[in-house]
Ligand binder design. Structure first.
Ligand code: BGC
Length: 892
């Protein structure tokens, strides 16, 4: 699939660095950290290859050596730049060499290194100088009550006489959304820029290298500016009228040109910029976009355009304190989806993309007359009569209008809106048309792949990936379609392990965590949604705990301590806050809301139990983070607290027979997963969990908090047969049930649609919500067996423990760890199991080779040397990097 498949790891005879990254990103522009992290992966075909040392050399402007690290032992997965201070708007080329082995090169570009280098002002529209808008005579306003007051996006421009330049860069941002144009072309391929952050504290700017767009002569810099998250509709709250951010969008642009003589020209937005409205009549993330092509401003972004009728832009402020470099990959269009079905009846067309996506449509029409209005409505499903089902969108209109200019062929693609949809209904055009679905999401690089012999499980993983794409749109959201699309913290934390396997989300979550810390209250409470908008609810169990779970998991996966250093104070404040309100250590006193095991099926897990389990987990992770950072007193404090919460939990919720209050699957799963059952009672507690599942005919009852633990907990206690039974189930409630109904993304609720009731409750029924897709991590770590030891970080000590089972005859997965690629492939054929494993250079792995008789295990035909033990169903060996081919006797 284009834009969503792994680049091949280079085959190499000896150690070869590849995939060089700076601040977790490939060739980023606008790096603002004074000591950016430089990292790389290694490939090698030789067994036992491990880097003895590395050396980084960085060359700055003019090819001058800015830093030579010298030879450093080992492989630091996050070596920070340690050379001469970085200068602004410059390209740094860097090379890493490894011993023994080769070297590789990459580059990064700096942004604004010192706040006093900003020369640009925030500018915007001045309502007082607005010339009256003359609508075209035959205009039929498509506005509804919800779109009645949406203002038109505005066009800004400025021409500059620029001396010939060797390089031209532009830093740009908006409070709102912007699209930057230079000399008639769009700059960059980012969408919905600058993205969504907590704008009160952090407004990210992007840097563009526009050297190629600038020739001899004058330069025209233009920008289109829309409301976006800043002043448009947010969640179910309607249009933002400065509740949280501002009333009208604002733009900031700074151009920096370097000349051959070493001088630099700097120009920024100021009162000389001009602005007007154009063909975009409104644009709103939730409502949609209205574009009147008769009002096109041909040539507005090229030099020489007559802007005398435009108004002067208004200078609003010179507040540079909030500007921060963009940390994450931008949102991009990563793929076009070709419709699988187009049905026409008169001037009504229903298009089926065959895949639920977040994005928009590119529509090409032929034969329309000037003034014809084509309307596109978007939905995730069809109703019983084959019409578009939109009840679950709540107040999000998700409707675009295009008014034709009357050209023989015209193409429309909205740019400041995004819809969650599979179906599009097009009305107002009976002529020829073409449609493509444009898939939009934060362009996090693919990190892993999983496939197996069972088509339904394969579809489940596909649904998980599509829900990740559809909901990683600048921030991790709950859903992309209805009037919500918020960064719900529990959804993010439960899905994070799965997300990390699918994509490299280090940069993406680094930015989101910065917003989480901004939103944390002085007392330490964490809001339910980040960026913090709308709700004033703070401190919900399982939601607020994202403050500890997310940084810890990112550290575990990427091995980069900086995330812990940045987050430890916030982790501590969160745990302290919960403890302050619950000195008895059972979390009964609400410090926020309480959603329990959200959207669980048929049961009700005790809320105090769930909350206390998260309290214990957060205290534990805070202690672990303190230990990694060498903060002994913090470690003692939180490890002690964790131990005391554990005792309180056992007293309160665990009976002497191993029964856990409420007797629900999620209750057992949380307690077992987080070590809250006293050791002697673990077998009994596992027995009760199994009995519950068996008693229900092997059906799950878990909601958001428990669902991702089913596979890991059951298989950790020898019940992979049950985990597989749930995976393969297609009765309600199960993943298979939604797939049988044709789901192409993960549903928000088990009963999104059932035979008995049809569509689930319209007030909350998204068909693209990743939380219940948190099973994805277990497909990688359980079924295919790609994990790491409990006390390993950055996959330095992988734990490869595949679980042949269920109806599967083979499974294969690969994952790009910070060191390099880790993969496993197993296949069962007759009475033989074959397992191929690849361990990245520098890692030493523990491999559990499934075997009915451990003495039958061979590696490349010979007995295994590095055996460290055996379990009832596997031979355990420890192996360094390289490729291994095991065979073993295997009977079910
Ligand atoms: C969201 C969820 C979220 C929940 C909290 C819902 O409206 O869609 O995913 O976690 O609210 O109760």
């Amino acid at each position: 699939m284009p834009g969503w498949s792994l680049p091949p790891a280079p085959a190499a005879a000896s150690l070869r660095p590849y995939d060089l990254r700076c601040e977790h990103r490939r060739t980023p522009l606008g790096v603002g950290a004074p000591a950016p992290r430089l990292s790389w992966r290694l490939a090698s075909d030789r067994r036992g290859d491990a880097p003895a040392a590395y050396r980084i050399r960085v060359h700055g402007p003019g090819g001058v050596l800015a830093w030579d690290s010298g030879w450093v032992d080992g492989q630091d997965v996050s070596a920070g730049y340690g050379g001469a201070p970085l200068v602004s708007f410059a390209r740094y080329r860097w090379e890493v060499s490894v011993r023994p082995g080769g070297s590789a090169e990459s580059w990064f570009d700096t942004g604004v290194m010192h706040a006093d280098e900003w020369r640009a002002a925030w500018i915007g529209h001045d309502p007082e100088t607005e010339p009256p808008f003359e609508p075209p005579a035959d205009d039929r306003e498509p506005r509804t009550a919800r779109t009645a007051f949406l203002p038109p996006p505005r066009y800004f421009r400025r021409e500059l006489d620029l001396r010939p330049a060797t390089s031209v860069r532009i830093a740009c941002t908006a409070r709102g959304l912007y699209e930057l144009h230079v000399n008639g072309a769009r700059a960059g391929d980012g969408e919905l820029t600058p993205g969504w952050t907590d704008y009160r504290y952090r407004v990210p700017y992007q840097v563009y290298d526009v050297t190629d767009l600038v020739g001899e002569g004058p330069v025209c810099v233009g920008a289109v500016l829309a409301d976006g998250w800043w002043s448009g509709s947010l969640g179910w709250d309607g249009r933002q009228q400065a509740q949280r951010y501002g009333r009208r969008p604002e733009l900031l642009v700074q151009l920096v040109a370097d000349h051959a003589d070493g001088s630099r020209t700097v120009a920024g937005t100021d009162a000389t910029w001009r602005e007007t409205t154009g063909p975009l009549r409104y644009a709103d993330l939730l409502m949609g976009e209205w574009y009147d092509a008769r009002l096109d401003l041909d040539g507005w972004d090229r030099p020489g355009f007559d802007d005398s009728s435009w108004a002067p832009a208004r200078v609003l402020s010179s507040d540079h304190g909030v500007l921060v470099p963009s940390l994450a990959e931008p949102v991009r269009v990563t793929q076009d989806v070709v419709p699988v079905d187009v049905r026409r009846a008169g001037d009504r067309t229903i298009v089926d993309l065959g895949q639920n996506i977040a994005g928009r449509v590119r529509l090409t029409i032929r034969g329309a007359r000037a003034g014809d209005r084509v309307t596109l409505r978007h939905g995730e499903a069809l109703d019983d009569d084959g019409g578009l089902y939109t009840a679950n969108l709540r107040s999000a209109e998700a409707t675009d209008h295009y008014v034709a200019a009357g050209r023989p062929e015209e193409t429309f693609e909205p740019r400041f809106t995004v819809h969650g949809f599979r179906y599009v209904e097009i009305t107002g055009h009976s002529g020829d048309l073409d449609v493509a679905g444009r898939v939009l999401h934060s362009d996090t690089p693919v990190a892993g792949e999983f496939s197996c012999s069972d088509a339904t499980v394969g579809q489940l993983m596909s649904n998980v990936r599509w829900s990740q794409r559809g909901n990683f749109v600048s921030v991790p959201t709950d859903c992309p379609q209805r009037d919500e699309r918020l960064g719900w913290t529990a959804d993010a934390q439960v899905f994070l392990p799965t997300a990390c396997y699918n994509a490299d989300v280090a940069a993406f979550f680094t930015g989101w965590l910065a917003d989480l810390r901004c939103a944390q209250t002085a007392e330490g409470a964490v809001p339910d949604v980040v960026p913090h908008v709308m709700t004033e609810r703070h401190g919900t169990p399982g939601w607020g705990d994202a403050a500890t779970i997310v940084p810890w998991h990112l550290y575990r996966v990427y091995g980069d301590e900086r995330v812990l250093r940045d987050s430890l104070p916030s982790m501590r404040r969160w745990v302290d806050h919960v403890e302050r309100h619950n000195p008895g250590l059972i979390w009964r006193n609400r410090v926020g809301s309480h959603y329990g095991d959200w959207l669980q099926a048929d049961v009700r897990t005790s809320r105090d139990l769930l909350a206390t389990a998260f309290f214990a987990l957060s205290a534990d992770l805070t202690a672990k983070a303190a230990a990694v950072l060498g903060d002994h007193s913090a470690f003692e404090r939180y490890a002690g607290l964790r131990a005391r919460i554990g005792e309180a939990f056992a007293r309160e919720f665990v009976s002497p027979d191993g029964r856990i209050t409420g007797d629900t699957q999620t209750g057992y799963l949380l307690a077992l997963a987080h070590g809250l059952v006293p050791d002697p009672l673990v077998p009994a507690a596992v027995g009760h969990l199994v009995a519950d599942l068996e008693g229900r005919g092997r059906r799950l009852t878990t909601g958001f908090a428990g669902v991702g633990l089913l596979g890991p907990v059951l298989s950790a206690h020898g019940h992979e047969d049950l985990a597989y039974a749930l995976l393969h189930d297609d009765r309600y409630p199960s993943w298979g049930y939604s797939i049988k109904r044709g789901a192409t993304t993960i549903w928000e609720r088990w009963n999104g649609w059932t035979e008995e009731t049809g569509f689930g409750p319209v007030a909350m029924n998204s068909f693209n919500h990743y939380a219940l897709g948190s099973v994805g991590a277990w497909l990688y770590s359980g079924v295919a067996g790609l994990g790491q030891e409990e006390d390993s970080a950055g996959f330095r000590r992988p734990l490869v423990r595949p679980l042949p089972g269920g109806t599967l005859t083979w499974a294969v997965a690969s994952y790009d760890t910070p060191l390099g690629r880790l993969s496993s492939r197993w296949e069962v054929d007759g009475g033989t199991l074959r397992l191929e494993v690849r361990i990245p250079p520098g890692a030493v792995a523990t491999v559990h080779v499934p075997a009915t008789d451990p003495s039958s295990v061979r590696e490349s035909g010979a007995p295994v040397d590095e055996v460290v033990g055996a379990t009832g169903s596997a031979l355990v060996c420890r192996v360094p990097s390289g490729r291994y081919e095991f065979t073993a006797a295997w009977e079910r």
